[in-house]
Write a protein that binds this ligand. Structure first.
Ligand code: CA
Length: 361
């Protein structure tokens, strides 16, 4: 049975206009009960053994002990941060509800203004890193609405709270906290006052400290790499992040898939990292929507060599199950945020932006 083409003909352009008529999402399951984590009473991070060893380690790297004690002594455990981390949007939404949050006309309007202001920088980023401007713009749009929502938590509070009072990911956030002080030591960052998300992500593109260290660039060459106050550095840094994660210029990100038979079930279980070829997908009855197929008009089509590596995504869209074939460039977007919903939102926003910028020319 051909699930995807069933009766859906016409000239729809919106991706959500396509939906399978049968089949439930394979991977959306109810969440297990989450353990609750709370801030200790009368907390003083300076009394904690792990904090003492962080200070010792940083002092051995020539950092100033008084400054470290000052900033860490002022760090506050924040209950709201512990609540937020337990329920990230990517885990509590289906594609249908997630899509509504990020794909709105108002975000596209903001993007066009931002793109006009930074047209030269976006061209230079595209040329330098091979990443299309609409992808850079979509990332900055999804992350912070072009700088409107860079986060109001002190980063040191966020990273101390999650590093010392959220055991499931403590070691990850303790690494970020250490990196924050290294950034203060080597870059233009004030570890005491800089603000960001509940997870300690900073600036237009919401870089966590280790990403800041590894991928941020001084794109306007003023000697300072500043992703919070300088949109030029932020644009270059997002493009560099994609380039360093092997973005392939010109490779389409994803196409709608149609299904014949039940061979798709095992492919959809393999996750969003491309692990089989288009030939293998075709043999399992899964075909990418071709851009040469005039039965449907879709922006989400591709005609790639049979040896191209792909993954099969099954999403719960507004009108039911949706199936997509995604390439290595889709996987690169998930390196920014490990979520297929996130990557799909970035892809679809980027298409809206490309169209809006084209109209604006
Ligand atoms: Ca700069």
């Amino acid at each position: 049975m051909r699930r995807f083409y069933s009766g859906i003909l016409g000239t729809f352009r919106s991706s959500t206009a396509y939906s399978a008529l049968a089949g439930a999402a394979l991977t959306f399951t109810s969440l297990p009960a989450l353990a609750e984590y709370t801030c200790p009473e009368n907390n003083d991070y300076l009394q904690r053994e792990q904090v003492k060893s962080l200070i010792a380690e940083l002092v051995s790297q020539d950092q100033d002990e008084a400054r470290l004690r000052d900033v860490l002594g002022g760090a506050q455990c924040q209950p709201k941060i512990l609540k937020s981390i337990a329920r990230p949007a990517e885990k509590t939404h289906t594609w249908a509800t997630y899509q509504k949050i990020f794909l709105q006309e108002s975000r596209v309007q903001k993007a066009v203004e931002f793109a006009n202001t930074h047209a030269g920088t976006l061209s230079r980023a595209e040329q330098t890193y091979g990443v299309p401007r609409e992808i850079i713009l979509a990332i900055i749009g999804v992350e912070t609405r072009y700088g409107d929502h860079m986060g109001s938590y002190r980063v040191v509070d966020a990273l101390a709270t999650l590093g010392y009072d959220y055991p499931p990911r403590g070691s990850f956030f303790r690494k970020q906290l250490k990196a924050l002080f290294e950034l203060e030591h080597h870059a233009h960052i004030d570890a005491e006052t800089i603000t960001g998300s509940y997870a300690g992500a900073m600036g237009y593109g919401q870089f966590i400290p280790t990403s800041y260290q590894a991928y941020a660039v001084d794109f306007d060459n003023d000697g300072v790499t500043d992703l919070v106050n300088n949109p030029v550095d932020a644009i270059g840094s997002v493009a560099n992040y994609f380039s360093e994660h092997n973005w392939q210029p010109g490779l389409p990100v994803a196409a709608r898939a149609h299904l014949d038979g039940t061979g798709y079930v095992s492919l959809a279980k393999k996750g969003y990292k491309p692990s089989f070829t288009l030939t293998q997908a075709n043999n399992a009855g899964v075909t990418a929507l071709s851009c040469n197929d005039d039965r449907l008009v879709s922006e989400y089509c591709f005609d790639l060599p049979a040896s191209t590596r792909v993954a099969l995504l099954d999403l719960t869209g507004a009108e039911g199950a949706e199936f997509w074939l995604a390439t290595d460039n889709f996987y690169v977007i998930t390196r920014y945020n490990h979520s297929r919903l996130y990557a799909m939102a970035v892809l679809q926003l980027s298409r809206q932006l490309a169209a809006a910028l084209e109209d604006n020319r």
